[in-house]
Design a protein around this ligand. Structure first.
Ligand SMILES: NC(=O)c1ccc[n+]([C@@H]2O[C@H](COP(=O)([O-])OP(=O)(O)OC[C@H]3O[C@@H](n4cnc5c(N)ncnc54)[C@H](OP(=O)(O)O)[C@@H]3O)[C@@H](O)[C@H]2O)c1
Length: 464
């Protein structure tokens, strides 16, 4: 039986403890104190969060329905959500589309993406968004709401060629961009897996491909804005002939079928909204592009994997996942530092967010895997007990201790739409600016990571 068999029964606690055990048993371990402190921090944060989640579930069931947060219309804004077909990405994409944004789901599977786009298009908009009137006591029956504006485009983050093709299509379409949510992710395959590009899968899908995508799209958007500034203002007729947002961004066959898109009458024109005020921040300087990097409270564990970024010497799923999330947290901070240095990027924002422990395929799959592995370590007479404990967590405690994707979308909205001054360059844990791990605040490590990303992708950063 594993020495960790005495650990508490919950897989979220078991995972960090198994990681600690793996570190202590491998050569060249990082300093013990830092290791214990970081893993304890994660267990503590996760436990405190779970109590908050129980309270949220109760409030939602028993209390009155609160007002929708960040309800300022986003009509005219264009947002990309990677992995927008499922889980947190789907809920976030839908929340943005309900506020009037045109949302692009960037997904690897055509059918899943199309189904998600259709489901989002059918959702009613928030009152006052997407050209719908604000609620009023008028006696006449309201007109049926327009479909939400959403489309799906192919993007496989496990292949850099796919990221480059996505960016090339975006450039060819001359499309505008206001927000990119780098959300897609994989967590903790039990064995080390490599992508088609020969890199550890979590490192590439969660971090590196997003780094490449964000840098390429930022460059494209920057050039588009420069061109728009230099060009004389288009007449109304010419503007209406420009690429409609529901149109294919690129060559034939690159986009998903047209039925996956729904452009309501509120669909913005590509140049619309350039002058628009940033989301919900009256009086602030004009909002430009915002980059949201989805992180996790497990980013703290990433420090313990820093010296072996491809997990070649030791593969511990929890640590390699943590490294990819640490890299995302560092990327948000470094991007913001670069935006702030560049007069041409005034108003640009980058932010990292922990979206909460959320009941999705990713979290459930990981915890089930950890729980099953843990149960298998017990001696025969006790094994059924351990298996029942894992099963009990999965079925009963998991949904109680974890948020729903819609609850998480509210947290994501704080990163996507929260006031720029409060979130720029920050790590938001559950919607609140919070100090991340010291590695995530280290400029030297940020530079090291960017140089490494540049070397692996061959892409010069957009802001050098
Ligand atoms: N759930 C949590 O408790 C939690 C906590 C902290 C952070 N996060 C982070 O939140 C993000 C969303 O996770 P989730 O919980 O919503 O998980 P999810 O429901 O499993 O969604 C993951 C999404 O990523 C997509 N994806 C995976 N590999 C991809 C690839 N190679 N190319 C393009 N897309 C790919 C998936 O597409 P397919 O449907 O095609 O697989 C799916 O749309 C992740 O970055 C995760 O690390 C989650």
């Amino acid at each position: 039986m594993d020495a960790l068999a005495v650990a508490p029964l919950l897989p979220p606690v078991v995972a960090p403890l198994k990681a600690a055990s793996s570190i202590l048993h491998s050569p060249g371990s990082p300093p013990l104190l830092g290791c214990v402190a970081r893993l304890a921090h994660i267990v503590w944060d996760g436990t405190v969060e779970s109590f908050g989640t129980i309270a949220d579930h109760l409030r939602e069931r028993l209390g009155p329905r609160g007002a929708e947060p960040f309800a300022t219309p986003l009509d005219g804004k264009v947002c990309i959500v990677t992995g927008g077909n499922a889980g947190i990405g789907f809920a976030t994409a839908r929340a943005l589309a309900r506020r009037g944004a045109h949302v692009v789901l960037a997904c690897r599977d055509r059918e899943r993406a199309q189904a998600a786009a259709e489901a989002i298009a059918r959702t009613p908009p928030l009152p006052g968004c997407c050209g719908t009137p604000s609620p009023s006591p008028s006696p006449s029956p309201p007109a049926p709401p327009p479909p939400l504006s959403v489309e799906a485009l192919p993007l496989d983050l496990g292949r850099m060629a796919s990221v480059r093709a996505f960016a090339a299509d975006w450039r060819r379409g001359g499309r505008r961009l206001d927000l990119i949510v780098c959300n897609a992710g994989v967590m903790g395959p039990p064995r080390r897996l490599e992508t088609a590009d020969g890199l550890e899968v979590q490192f590439q899908v969660n971090f590196l491909s997003h780094w490449l995508l964000a840098n390429q799209l930022l460059q494209i958007e920057h050039e588009r804005r420069q061109r728009a500034k230099a060009a004389p203002p288009p007449s109304a007729a010419a503007a209406s002939k420009q690429l409609p947002l529901g149109a294919t961004a690129g060559g034939a066959g690159s986009a998903l079928p047209l039925s996956a898109r729904a452009g309501g009458p509120h669909s913005p024109s590509p140049s619309a909204g350039l002058e628009a005020e940033g989301p919900g921040q009256e009086g602030e300087e004009e909002e430009a592009v915002r980059v949201v990097m989805v992180s996790s409270l497990t980013h703290r564990a990433g420090a313990l994997q820093w010296g072996d970024k491809q997990s070649k010497n030791r593969y511990e799923p929890f640590l390699s996942y943590g490294l990819s999330k640490l890299a995302n947290t560092l990327t948000a901070r470094e991007l913001q530092r670069r935006f702030d240095r560049s007069p041409q990027h005034r108003g640009y924002t980058a932010v990292a967010v922990h979206p909460g422990l959320v009941s999705t395929a990713l979290a459930n799959g990981f915890f089930t895997g950890v729980g099953t592995g843990w149960a298998a370590d017990w001696r025969a007479p006790l094994r059924p007990l351990a298996e029942s404990a894992t099963e009990c967590f999965g079925r009963l405690l998991g949904p109680l201790l974890m948020r729903t994707p819609d609850q998480s979308a509210t947290i994501m909205l704080a990163a996507c739409l929260g006031p720029r001054g409060a979130v720029a360059g920050r790590y938001l844990a559950l919607g609140t600016p919070t100090r991340p791990d010291e590695y995530a605040e280290d400029e030297g490590r940020a530079r090291e990571l960017w140089a490494y990303a540049q070397e692996l992708t061959g892409c010069p950063p957009a802001l050098d």
